[in-house]
Ligand binder design. Structure first.
Ligand code: GLU
Length: 485
């Protein structure tokens, strides 16, 4: 069997949202698992709403997610061009119109937008499914001429055969059937000669030798229409797989209301691409062994359409945070430090650049990494290493004779130290604890004093991380900073 060829066909009319990104991902996973090709096709026949910026954004978001394509508008390929506007110019669609005309599957429709809207309204008023009446099907040559003389330009409609059942096997939903009686004759070319989505998609899927069309279930009725076009053109139908719509936690269709954002927003909010990819992959699909946290390679290896469920999946921001935390933990420290460094406020990154550099930042990240769920969380958890602010109660506590004794002992233990390894930092804490226990102080008092003096907070990373990440010099300053009060 020839290797699979699948495509992701975004319209560059907006940003890449979660639902569309998941469609792209499932196509990519299928291609990579099969050793097939993943093709990117830009469907920009809607000239008014399509923009170059949106196309660039979509491509950048796919790249960020790690979904690389084998053929596409930017890299070309043997079936190019990969933008429908360019295919139109190259004449890709005119042959199809000619052929459809020859087999009697097309007719000119002169209905004005107002007439069509009146028809739809009448259907709604009588609680019927709006469906084009087909009234231009029977126009005589003379009647058409009258419309043309009146300045009307026709669109082209596909003449849907009556009383037929369209059948196809959906790889996710099983046997599908659509009676043609509910499908009105649909437009395949607008009055300005532009092909519509259904026509262009068929011509391009056939022309690009697409073997599997994987897309959202909102396209199911389009698939029925497209199957008719494939048939009329004498082309072989590809396999189809329709993914269920994604729901929000309240089980309604996922939308902005749920805080669902574009892929680039998640990037900006400090999510890792591998966490978002992992989460998206588990929207309808699950691994045979039910593993949840996986990187892209693991998912590619385990992926199959057979394990894609037709029940609608739920996208939940909480779950995404959880995936993100898991993937943050999988990163090695240097990578995590590099990624989180980009999230720091300028004062902090400057401070790091001036003293200690990435080596110092890595120490801080080591101290807080288990707290992080988003990259942006470093702004919360790293604060204690850049700013020290004691409230009144803390000052009073640190000023007691017991605390003062502990602070001074700790500062003395760090007297000639320059940098500490993690083991040395642990040894330092143990030393202060032993000395101060011998002096009659309780361990809790000792640790709390150290933590409070070094951070101004009662909770935070393990105490030994504080001298490790702050460094002895800064610790000495903090341990004695209230003495001058
Ligand atoms: N351009 C269409 C969309 O964005 C593509 C649908 C399809 O995959 O055929 O919905």
């Amino acid at each position: 069997m020839a290797p699979a060829r699948v495509r992701f066909a975004p319209s560059p009319t907006g940003r890449l949202h979660i639902g569309t990104a998941r469609t792209a991902l499932f196509n990519w996973l299928y291609a990579r698992h099969q050793g097939g090709a993943f093709i990117l096709r830009v469907e920009d026949t809607d000239r008014e709403r399509s923009t170059n910026e949106h196309e660039l954004d979509i491509l950048a978001d796919l790249q960020w997610l790690g979904l690389d394509w084998d053929e596409g508008p930017d890299i070309g390929g043997p079936y190019g061009p990969y933008r429908q506007s360019e295919r139109l110019e190259a004449g890709s669609y005119s042959q199809a119109f000619e052929r459809l005309g020859q087999v009697g599957a097309l007719y000119e429709c002169y209905c004005s937008p107002e007439e069509l809207e009146a028809e739809r309204q009448a259907a709604r008023d009588s609680k019927q499914m709006p469906k084009y009446s087909g009234r231009c099907r029977q126009l005589t040559t003379e009647e058409r001429q009258v419309f043309r003389d009146a300045g009307r330009r026709p669109s082209l409609r596909f003449a849907v055969p009556a009383a037929r059942v369209i059948r196809f096997d959906d790889l996710i939903r099983g046997k599908m059937e659509f009676g043609t009686d509910v499908i009105g004759d649909f437009i395949v070319a607008r009055a300005d000669g532009m092909p519509t989505y259904n026509l262009a998609a068929v011509v391009d899927d056939a022309g690009m030798a697409i073997t599997h069309v994987i897309r959202g279930e909102d396209h199911l009725t389009n698939t029925a229409r497209q199957a008719l076009i494939f048939e009329a053109l004498g082309l072989e139908l590809p396999a189809f797989a329709h993914l269920s719509m994604i729901l929000g936690p309240d089980k309604t269709k996922l939308s902005k209301r749920h805080g669902a954002a574009a892929v680039s927003d998640y990037c900006r909010q400090g999510y890792l691409s591998q966490a978002l990819l992992n989460n998206l992959a588990l929207l309808s699909w699950s691994a045979p062994d039910a593993t949840e946290v996986m990187d892209a390679d693991e998912i590619v290896r385990a992926f199959s359409l057979a394990r894609v469920s037709k029940s609608p999946p739920i996208f939940d921001g909480e779950k995404l945070r959880w995936f993100n935390a898991q993937h943050l933990r999988r990163l090695d420290l240097a990578d995590l430090a590099n990624l989180t460094f980009l999230q720091l406020p300028p004062e902090w990154s400057q401070a790091i650049s001036q003293v200690g550099g990435m080596e110092r930042w890595q120490r801080i990240v080591a101290a807080i990494r288990t707290n992080l769920e988003q990259l942006t969380d470093v702004r919360t958890y790293a604060k204690i290493f850049f700013e020290l602010d004691y409230d009144m109660a803390t000052r009073e506590r640190l000023a007691t004779s017991v605390s003062t004794e502990i602070r001074h002992a700790a500062a003395a233990a760090l007297a000639d130290r320059d940098v500490l390894t993690l083991d040395q930092a642990k040894a330092f804490v143990a030393q202060v604890k032993d000395e101060m226990s011998a002096a009659g102080h309780r361990p809790k008092e000792i640790f709390q004093t150290l933590r409070l003096a070094l951070t101004g907070q009662l909770s935070g990373p393990e105490v030994y991380f504080l001298p490790y990440a702050l460094g002895p010099a800064e610790c000495r300053v903090r341990l004695s900073s209230i003495d001058g009060d």
